[in-house]
Design a protein around this ligand. Structure first.
Ligand code: UDX
Length: 427
């Protein structure tokens, strides 16, 4: 099939490469010539493990093309995927301006009938809005929703091994046609009404975020009653109705999706006169989790003035260079504000973090360099490599012997045996 993908961010590029890998002919469109030039050379414009290999493979196979020529791409295709950003506005609602601009461009450029597929996370009813914008063009358009469930850092795997594919359409036959694009993927396939598909995406992310806030509340209770949240999570996660995933307590969720989508769903419900109380609490707990952790550090170190603190991790989670809504960034800022000097290291996110952190922050070449002479060390991202550090060496390098593990990443018994004073979340 011939497909255009509008937007080459996380969702757009992974979808373009993934659909080419499934055998389709794909034109990926971005209006920035520099980005297109890089992608044409097989170079990624953001970090995503495994994506570069498939990108180069499909460029070589001539199944994947990159272009700034919107009209040419669209008129060469039968399907057009809208994969542009929908960042949050001040009130938490999704900013749809990029989606509207693309719909307007399709309306102007299209010289044929098309199936237009929304892959951007958009509020319920956006399909109808896009349909309305496309009406100004005389051709026949079907507007479909096909939400993405990709995790950053594991996006290639998730695209090729999805738990399910959801397609929402106003006509079953159109939904099935879009679903046929994924014929090679053996998984659960759900064709629904368009509004239902739009809501599935928000409901999935809001549910996962709720699980995280729930276990974080349990962690806070664990600290009060002397229980261990990891064992509680294991104990409840063995119940198949609960399952063990997304039950890791810590400094709360971040990233480009959970914070934005939870706020957006709360706002969508509110705009329809429904007060989504649970989501308000999920957000409140998540914000509180960072603050609790900062308070824990302040309490133990008494004063942060002139203290050297090593912060390991800046990305919102492991395997990505993305720092959007990262708890680690908030923690660095709060500690600096309280007078501490921060030396930090992240395997991938240093360049992105440098753009937002203060000039005072010291960026180091390794975790060991960050730890040198530190009074305390903070783990703020769950990079597995941090767990694998030579902690005896870290202890020798540090001045103080205190670890604050915001991701419950380290083996408590092991580091305590080495003589560290160890603080984590919910233990
Ligand atoms: C998420 C969804 O998982 C994905 O399906 C959707 O399409 C996009 O949003 P992503 O934001 O890439 O993916 O990251 P995810 O792995 O879900 O983690 C989100 C945040 O939750 C991270 O900050 C992570 O550290 C945190 N997290 C995750 C926890 O605190 N505890 C957990 O048990 C799991």
């Amino acid at each position: 099939m011939k497909i255009s993908i509008i937007g080459t961010g996380y969702v757009g590029l992974v979808s373009a490469v993934g659909l080419a890998e499934l055998g389709h002919q794909v034109w990926a469109v971005n209006r920035t010539p520099e980005k297109i030039a890089k992608l044409q050379q097989g170079e990624l414009i953001f970090f995503e493990p495994g994506l570069d290999k498939l990108l180069r493979k499909n460029l070589k196979n001539k199944r994947l093309y990159f272009t700034t020529d919107f009209a040419a791409a669209v008129n060469n295709s039968d399907f057009v995927f809208i994969c542009v950003g929908t960042p949050p506005k001040a009130d938490g609602s999704a900013d749809l301006s990029a989606v509207k601009v693309v719909a307007g461009q399709i309306a102007q450029a299209a010289r044929k009938n098309l199936i237009v597929i929304n892959k951007s996370t958009v509020p319920v009813g956006t399909g109808r809005l896009v349909e309305k914008i496309l009406k100004s063009n005389g051709h026949k358009f079907e507007v479909v929703s096909c939400p993405e469930f990709l995790r950053e850092g594991r996006a290639v795997y998730d695209f090729l091994n999805p738990d399910r594919i959801v397609v929402g359409a106003t006509k079953q036959a159109v939904g099935r046609k879009v679903m046929s694009l994924f014929a090679k993927l053996k998984t659960h396939k759900l064709v629904t009404a368009r509004e239902t598909a739009e809501l599935i995406k928000y409901a999935a992310n809001a549910f996962l975020a709720t699980k995280i806030s729930f276990i974080n509340e349990i962690a806070n209770v664990c600290e009060k009653v002397g229980a261990n949240v990891e064992q509680v999570a294991q104990g409840i996660g063995l119940d198949k109705r609960i399952n063990p995933y997304f039950l890791k307590a810590g400094i709360g969720y971040g990233g480009s999706c959970f914070p934005k989508d939870v706020k957006a769903l709360k706002q969508i419900a509110g705009s329809m006169g429904y007060d989504f109380k649970l989501l308000k609490a999920v957000i409140e707990v998540n914000n509180g989790q960072r603050q609790n952790f900062i308070n824990k550090i302040k309490k133990e170190l008494v004063s942060l003035a002139y203290k050297n603190i090593a912060v390991l991790g800046l990305a919102f989670k492991d395997n990505t260079d993305d720092i959007r809504e990262s708890a680690a960034i908030d923690i660095v800022r709060a500690l600096e504000k309280a007078g501490a000097t921060i030396k930090t290291y992240d395997p991938e996110a240093m360049a992105t973090a440098k753009r937002v952190l203060s000039r005072k922050t010291v960026f180091c070449d390794s975790a060991y360099a960050a730890a040198a002479k530190a009074d305390a060390l903070v783990i703020a991202t769950e990079w597995p490599a941090f767990a694998g550090l030579n902690w005896a060496k870290v202890k020798q390098l540090m001045k103080g012997k205190i670890i604050f593990d915001g991701k419950n990443l380290l083996d408590q018994a092991k580091v305590e045996k080495l003589g560290f004073k160890y603080f984590s979340v919910g233990k």
